[in-house]
Design a protein around this ligand. Sequence first.
Ligand SMILES: Cc1cc2nc3c(=O)[nH]c(=O)nc-3n(C[C@H](O)[C@H](O)[C@H](O)COP(=O)(O)OP(=O)(O)OC[C@H]3O[C@@H](n4cnc5c(N)ncnc54)[C@H](O)[C@@H]3O)c2cc1C
Length: 400
Amino acid sequence: MTTRHAVVSGASIAGLSAAFWLRCTGWEVTVLERATEFRDGGQNVDVRGVGREVLAKMGLTEAVRAQNTTETGTVFVDASGEVLVELPSDGPDGATAELEILRGDFARTILRHLPEGVEIGYGDTIAAVQEEAERVTVTTNAGRVLHADLLVVAEGVRSTTRDLLFEGQVDRRALGITMVFGTIPRTTEDDSRWRWYTTVGGRQVHLRPDNHGTTRAILACTEAEDPTRLDQAEALARIRDRFSGVGWEARRILDGFDGSDDVYFDHLTQIRMPTWHRGRVCLAGDAAWCVTPMGGGGASLALVSGYVLAACLSDTGSGSLATGLTAYEAWMRPLVDDVQQLPRWIKPFAFPRTRQGLALRRMADKALLSPVLAPLTARFARIADTDRTLPSITATGTTR
Ligand SMILES: Cc1cc2nc3c(=O)[nH]c(=O)nc-3n(C[C@H](O)[C@H](O)[C@H](O)COP(=O)(O)OP(=O)(O)OC[C@H]3O[C@@H](n4cnc5c(N)ncnc54)[C@H](O)[C@@H]3O)c2cc1C
């Protein structure tokens, strides 16, 4: 059998997982990444549900555990930092998950454990794609021409190759929420828990410990305008206005973000598409189905997608690529649908606007975490959860 060749665009969690598993099943793999070097940065992501199984199959559970963010639990606090409620963090799927790791550490771990032979081209992106029955030809902006059997687009929520190839099929649902993630210096008052402050005007302030001696901060608010369209200084100035007078640690975070080179803006946008593949092209991770942090589990789904894709294609040695891609999509879709269907009340609940709304929210928090309702509430943390068995994979002798 001739070796099949895959081009993967995007070297974060979805792209690296696809590269890992396609290579393990005997494909030649070329990864293209827009950034000029490995892209670090980002905050806590967690490995949940069937993601834990995939991680174990990769032999990476202990490597991820060793880089745990050190977070010991999650608490809701008031404006003075007093703890109002403590969320359950026992078991693998607590608010602070058992396998909690920074995005950059996670992506680097997969990168370092890629099987031999995966080529990564940094600082290069796809300029054109020519699709034919027998192959797909990718021309890059650096002038490379790559003939492949499969193109995997794993470029994240704002994927340009997806937009080029699936024009008219990308349903972007902005949730009207902005989140700003950044790293700030740690102080002696910072503790080992995720501290989460919700206040009026649809605003939240978060502080989380990390395993690098710094503190990860998040400012989240309801906001119609997409800050990712602005330059960073302008976007930060608007956030400063939006969070003026909020209290607790907001000012410290804003000052910290001003001097930080690791600030990441997101205007939460779900991506929904009628199909994730066509011909010899398929989508994976946020490029296909961004679930946003409101749904949760984006990293787990991205990780799982690489395995499921390679497994479905390894099964089709004599079958068609289309059969494998259809099976991939059929396996992934229920997991994605589960987190994309947000209840209507979730946004006003998470981001109360008025004092009355905030008071109601605080009462509801206590009720939802009571012993009676806690099992129901725990359902929200069960992400990428399924009773279905992962498709089996036929690995070749490719070494790691
Ligand atoms: C730097 C960074 C920081 C992040 N921080 C957070 C965070 O703090 N909290 C959170 O919830 N989520 C964060 N995310 C998003 C999170 O990683 C994803 O939601 C999730 O893990 C799914 O991963 P993905 O691989 O599908 O997409 P992503 O992680 O978004 O990765 C997409 C990759 O494709 C590359 N890329 C983009 N366009 C092109 C192109 N045209 N050609 C080639 N490569 C391209 C990007 O540089 C990136 O490496 C971050 C992502 C990145 C890239």
